[in-house]
Design a protein around this ligand. Structure first.
Ligand code: NAD
Length: 321
């Protein structure tokens, strides 16, 4: 068995490798070659932690495994550890033997950023110039860095419930040599691409605050009850997702579907656009919305990729197990 510790991931994994891994696995999901297992998520009644498993099997990439982990809200204050903790386990699909154990914390941010980035590549207008960010926390920086590589953006605008966090976005914009402007939510009308990545439980962005032709990636809603945008925006938009079952139950589409505003059949897999079986964006006026709920196969795909890189570079630790 190979071990790739968390501390090695930053030097091994690139945004490009994460992007390729996630794009390929979304395509495999849409063509029926890869599927996710039902998600287990439990409040374990200890340290207020939420713990669970996200797994799946990619028959095309021969990746089998799971991510185990969750959220320990007291970690930072009590122990100086980050609150999100996860580990990815890969198994040999021919034998069931354990193949690798990989630190999953940084990989989670990279695979989540890769997902919105894949949606921007396939659904945003080619001439997109302004990117708007809603949310300025830990994930937002990864999201913005990856998104900026997809189009020739000229400006970053941002809104956050807690404005003191906006310098996080400004820092990433500066790294890319772009101007940053803090805006009110109405200011999002200027954006050609919007990413929302918050832990909100109420709609933040209203349907009339999004201009025609915009691509929006809703990345924060990954649990029942969470919400970032007005359900009417999903009525106006063509809706795409990583996995339909998650989108309508724990993703942004849960609200529009529960209210009878859209049906499950109106939510398409982004993988179908990658495979060319769904036309995706067909006009410059269309609003496209990607509901990124986060699937186990994304974790497995980036973990498999990082194991290959670790082996190539002689960094993987081999254990007789
Ligand atoms: P964080 O704690 O670092 O940042 C939270 C962000 O949400 C901040 O911008 C904060 O100002 C904002 N926020 C908090 N409460 C809010 C409210 N009531 N209304 C509006 N904004 C609010 O968290 P993070 O690690 O950046 O994660 C952000 C979200 O992304 C979380 O909901 C997390 O569960 C989700 N997430 C999704 C995926 C996925 O695959 N889709 C993966 C990882 C994380």
């Amino acid at each position: 068995m190979l071990i790739v510790p968390e501390k090695e991931i930053a030097n091994l994994m690139t945004r490009e490798a994460a992007f390729d891994a996630v794009e390929q696995v979304f395509a495999a999901m849409a063509s029926g070659d890869a599927y996710n297992f039902p998600v287990v998520r439990e409040a374990i009644g200890h340290e207020d932690a939420l713990y669970g498993f996200k797994g799946g099997f990619d028959r095309a990439g021969l990746t089998l495994g799971l991510k185990a982990g969750g959220y320990w809200p007291n970690n930072l204050e009590k122990r100086g550890l980050i609150n999100h903790q996860s580990t990815i386990f890969l198994f040999d699909p021919d034998t069931g033997k354990t193949k690798a154990m990989v630190g999953g914390n940084l990989l989670t941010a990279l695979r989540t950023a890769a997902a919105s980035s894949v949606s921007i590549k396939h659904l945003a207008r080619k001439d997109a110039k302004v990117i708007g960010m809603i949310g300025a926390g830990h994930q937002a920086k990864f999201q913005l860095r990856a998104a900026l590589e997809q189009r020739e953006f000229e400006k970053v605008i941002g809104w956050n419930l807690h404005p003191e966090m906006l310098p996080n976005l400004e820092e990433v914009a500066r790294e890319a040599g772009l101007p940053f402007e803090a805006v009110e939510l109405d200011g999002m009308k200027e954006a050609d691409v919007i990413i929302s990545i918050t832990s909100s439980f109420d709609a933040i962005l209203k349907a009339d605050q999004v201009a025609p032709g915009t691509h929006i990636a809703c990345m924060g809603t990954d649990t029942k009850g969470k919400q970032e945008v007005d359900p009417q925006l999903l009525v106006k938009a063509d809706v795409f997702t990583d996995e339909v079952a998650q989108s309508i139950s724990i993703g942004e589409a849960q609200h529009a579907v529960a209210q009878g505003l859209i049906s499950e059949a109106e939510v398409a897999q982004v993988g179908a656009v990658i495979n060319g079986t769904n036309p995706g964006r067909t006009s410059d006026q269309q609003i496209t919305l990607f509901d990124g709920t986060g699937v186990g196969l994304q974790d497995l795909a980036v973990a498999a990729s990082v194991v290959d890189l670790a082996v190539d570079q002689g960094i993987a630790i081999e254990v007789d197990f």
